[in-house]
Design a protein around this ligand. Structure first.
Ligand SMILES: O=P(O)(O)O[C@H]1O[C@H](CO)[C@@H](O)[C@H]1O
Ligand SMILES: O=c1cc[nH]c(=O)[nH]1
Length: 236
């Protein structure tokens, strides 16, 4: 097993879905996978492997924020030879033309995190999604009539509660950023560093403009359309 994942080599599939919430990981495994078994309960950050349409797939909780997510993603790519990771997250909509429960597929990710600044010695790296996964996810999402899908930039913030949110959000929105979450930027950077694939798909759980929000139970157990889009993009 690796430091933070209690799986033996071979127990994790080449394709991993990565929600922040470990209980969303459990729900995804129980709802969408066949023959799912739990390979890790270390720190309560559940991981499961099963099959979807006969193909192996794992789902691993990542925790909240880029430092937590990066621990799991480093170990998945480096110690379990994972080839593609699709984050299936929640996000806050930053503009009025995006609605609660819409799906945002992140073609690239801005950030206020210092993680990339340290990695690139102060240069501004531009973290982007894997193009083939992005295209497949957009095709799968736009073929559905039950969701509205937006494709573009996302903002990976280190803060869920930020007293300067409005001040910081305005220039991002003015430059086309659609929504805020807390992990995509480092996920895309790590995928590039390991020469593997990554994509972030998020369902809008909060609306920064209107103040609408979903409950914890809804975030855990009702964002199934993005999971089906992720599975179709990775394995369809
Ligand atoms: O629902 P998840 O996937 O955890 O994603 C979002 O929700 C958490 C904050 O509530 C952060 O991790 C953010 O990125
Ligand atoms: O980071 C996040 C995630 C969901 N909703 C938000 O407002 N922010």
């Amino acid at each position: 097993m690796s430091t933070h994942i209690g799986a033996q080599p071979g127990q994790i599939a080449p394709t991993v879905l990565l929600p922040g919430d470990p209980l969303r990981a459990k729900w995804i495994a129980e709802t969408f996978l066949e023959d799912a078994t739990c390979y890790s309960e270390v720190r309560g950050m559940f991981g499961f492997t099963g099959t979807w349409n006969g193909q192996p797939v794992s789902v691993q909780g990542s925790g909240m924020g880029q430092p937590s997510m990066a621990i799991y993603v480093n170990e998945l790519y480096n110690e379990y030879d994972v080839q593609q990771i699709i984050r299936v997250g929640s996000c806050g909509a930053l503009t009025a033309d995006i609605a609660i429960r819409d799906v945002v597929i992140a073609s690239g990710a801005c950030t206020d995190s210092s993680m990339n600044r340290h990695r690139f010695l102060g240069l501004d790296y531009a973290p982007v999604a894997d193009f083939d996964l992005l295209r497949a996810a957009v095709d799968a999402a736009r073929a559905r009539e039950d969701i509205t899908t937006h494709v573009g930039l996302i903002y990976s913030s280190d803060s869920f509660y930020n007293p300067r949110a409005a001040e910081l959000g305005k220039p991002l929105v003015d430059h086309g950023v659609l929504a805020v979450e807390m992990e995509a930027s480092s996920l895309y950077t790590l995928a590039a560093s390991y020469q593997r694939k990554a994509l972030a798909i998020c369902t809008v759980s909060d609306h920064i403009v209107t103040g609408e929000e979903t409950t914890a139970a809804e975030r855990e157990q009702t964002f199934g359309a993005m999971v089906e889009v992720a599975l179709a993009a990775a394995l369809g």
